[in-house]
Design a protein around this ligand. Structure first.
Ligand code: AMP
Length: 277
């Protein structure tokens, strides 16, 4: 496994890499969710590239960029064990050199949900993913369903700018008790870890109501909110039931829907989602 920090050196190595090539973009502090993406990429491609870059432009000034967990040594050990060929780990100045001033804004789909609650977030994500897809030129790029809206934004970016990758979405990996794996789970204190189960529980409640025949989206949203608010350590940021294609909020769950939510647990903000039916 080769670890490369500059774009020039990466392009050199890319020319010699076997095809097809799969890319897994990450911000590091790798867990089994990330490794599921790597395993899909390994199974489907002749070469696998993992990028590790904590992208500053997708964090608002009030967010956790400075404290975002990092463990490059541990990450490289995990990737070596998975048989990854190349790790692209540029520093901030390599990706955003002095004078950098071009940004990618994906339209409507990026203005909803996370885009509405974290202004500028998807501009940062789209810009860095556009750069990664341009530098790496993968045949396939792998993303997690855990960040469902991010997957939609990236599909749109890839299609609209003809970036030419196949975008593959991998199911969410969870702890046995239901909590979706996230690098940010490392921040949770023991009592917050328990409170964080309210996310997956409220998604289970939505599915149970849907399976029981409920189609009134407001009814499902309000029951989910009640469940979250009954947990003293948890405060919902949003609870959404939206058209899975457009992310327009639904009145009736009469078409494929994305149920998604963001919840503050202590100082940590967690997201999760599920598809209905
Ligand atoms: P991050 O390092 O948080 O930017 O995540 C890198 C990639 O891993 C993104 O495509 C995420 O959607 C994906 N990912 C993160 N957590 C999970 C999970 N629990 N299951 C599946 N994929 C995940």
């Amino acid at each position: 496994m080769k670890v490369i920090e500059t774009i020039d050196a990466f392009r050199d190595a890319r020319r010699r890499a076997a095809e097809p090539l799969g890319l897994v973009p990450t911000m590091g502090y790798l867990h089994e969710g990330h490794l599921a993406l790597v395993r899909h990429a390994r199974a489907e491609n002749a070469s696998v590239v993992v990028s590790i870059f904590v992208n500053p432009t997708q964090f608002a000034p009030t967010e956790d960029l400075a404290t975002y967990p990092r463990d490059m040594e541990g990450d490289l050990e995990k990737l070596e064990r998975e048989g990854v060929d190349l790790v692209f780990a540029p520093d901030r100045d390599e990706v955003y050199p002095m004078g950098f001033d071009t940004h990618v804004d994906v339209g409507e789909i990026a203005n909803r949900l996370e885009g509405q609650h974290r202004p500028g977030h998807f501009r940062g994500v789209a810009t860095v993913v556009c750069k990664l897809l341009t530098i790496v030129r993968p045949d396939r790029a792998y993303f997690g369903q855990k960040d469902a809206q991010q997957c939609m934004v990236i599909r749109k970016l890839n299609a609209d700018l003809n970036l030419g990758a196949e975008i593959e979405v991998v199911p969410t990996v969870r702890d046995p008790d239901g909590l979706a794996l996230s690098s940010r789970n490392a921040y949770l204190k023991p009592e917050e870890r328990a409170a964080s189960l309210t996310l997956s529980r409220s998604l289970c409640l939505a599915r149970k109501m849907y399976d029981g025949g409920v189609r009134d989206a407001d009814d499902i949203r309000s029951q989910m909110r009640n469940l979250i608010e009954s947990e003293p350590g948890a405060r919902p940021d949003y609870v959404s039931i939206a058209d899975a294609r457009t992310l327009d909020e639904l009145d009736a769950v009469d078409r494929p829907a994305l149920v998604s939510l963001a919840v503050h647990v202590g100082s940590v903000r967690l997201i999760d989602n599920a598809l209905l039916p």
